[in-house]
Design a protein around this ligand. Structure first.
Ligand code: BDR
Ligand code: CA
Length: 356
């Protein structure tokens, strides 16, 4: 039986891979996609998801638009990390479908109420819309089967300020509301938290993209490199592989520009994999809270591992995994899906330019 899952995303290069991973997973059924403002504005997030769904030949999965702004502060976006439209150098076809008539928060509430205890939540963006849903339905933690959150940094530096992870930084009030709400939930409903401590060990490299292309039967199998000019575009015959290569190459360039190597941290697809199969991760319970007032540390996630606050754990933080196992699964699933869904598009305008 496929597991029903609601995605809440700020797509985003790595959110794009999370979406493709779930589409490609026979054990997943995406019940809806909440478009949350973060990497790019919510409307662009919705367009990106609709575009990927169409490109990937997916069914008409509902995409619901989230709030334009975080709960209490202005929106900050990060086009320098994810490209001008959030999908790196990729230029996705303009989608023909439109967003749902209901809001992202309403979709969350309706979906959890529909089948109590069945739905898995996966949040790979700021927690704005989940927080709005929790305000509307305080029982949501009990109605969900499981929640997986990509966010936070615990015994690890931040990626936005010295102590802030991006998703929490964009809407710290929402993040606090979510962790507070789960404080009252039973232990088996505690969110699984994939923070930077673990997601920065999930390093995608050009060889992973090449293996994915090979698995998809896409030609030519390309190996992107830091020397590639920014205006270069993939000529891969498979449209999923082609657009993915253009998207991820931007993310490689971004990480490279910060001296992290020619690689990209695949935060969100890892969280997606954990949402489907928690056995991929080893976790440790902790009480998580979000700093809202620090002059230097606002939006920092703090984990009390030892019960010093005298409050029961409200999260299970992922502390270990096997990145190779994850990448093998990602390559096999997305590669096979791309081969089956989008066989042989000759990308004529690019191939025509090649000699011979
Ligand atoms: C998170 O921030 C975003 O830029 C990524 O998509 C990921 O969800 C990592 O901090
Ligand atoms: Ca994201």
């Amino acid at each position: 039986m496929p597991q029903r899952i609601i995605m809440d995303v700020d797509t985003g290069v790595d959110d794009s891979l999370a979406l493709l991973y779930l589409l490609a997973s026979p054990d997943a059924e995406i019940a809806g996609i909440a478009a949350t403002a973060g990497n790019v504005p919510a409307a662009q997030v919705a367009i990106n998801n609709l575009a990927w769904l169409e490109l990937a030949g997916a069914p008409d999965i509902e995409v619901a638009l989230g709030a334009a702004d975080p709960l209490e502060i202005p929106l900050r976006t990060t086009e320098d990390t994810h490209g001008p439209h959030g999908v790196g150098y990729a230029e996705l076809p303009i989608p023909t479908r439109r967003v749902s008539a209901r809001s992202a928060a309403s979709m969350w509430v309706d979906l959890v109420r529909e089948r109590p205890g069945e739905l898995i939540g996966l949040c790979t963006g700021p927690l704005t819309n989940l927080a709005l849903a929790l305000r509307a339905e305080p029982e949501l933690p009990r109605l969900l089967r499981r929640l997986v959150i990509m966010g936070g940094a615990f015994n690890h530096p931040g990626n936005t300020t010295p102590t802030n992870e991006w998703n929490i930084h964009v809407d710290p009030e929402a993040a606090k509301l979510v962790f507070d709400a789960f404080s009252a939930a039973p232990a088996d409903r505690r969110p699984l938290v994939c923070a930077l401590d673990i997601t920065e060990t999930i390093e995608m490299r050009p060889v992973h993209l090449a293996r994915l292309a090979e698995r998809a039967g896409s030609v030519p199998v390309e190996t992107v490199a830091p020397e590639d000019p920014s205006e270069a575009r993939s000529a891969a015959s498979n449209p999923i592989v082609r657009h993915l290569t253009d998207a991820v190459r931007f993310y490689f360039d971004f990480h490279h520009s910060y001296d992290l190597g020619y690689l990209a941290h695949m935060h969100d697809p890892f969280a997606a994999a954990v949402a489907l199969d928690p056995a991929l991760a080893r976790t440790r319970p902790a009480t998580v809270d979000v700093e809202l007032t620090g002059t230097l540390t606002r939006a920092t996630t703090v984990a009390d591992w030892a019960g010093m606050w005298g409050r029961p754990p409200n999260a299970d933080i992922v502390v270990a995994t096997d990145p190779d196992r994850f990448f093998d699964r990602l390559i096999a699933r997305i590669g096979d899906y791309a081969r089956a869904r989008c066989p042989g598009d000759p990308a004529p305008e690019r191939i025509a330019a090649e000699p011979g």
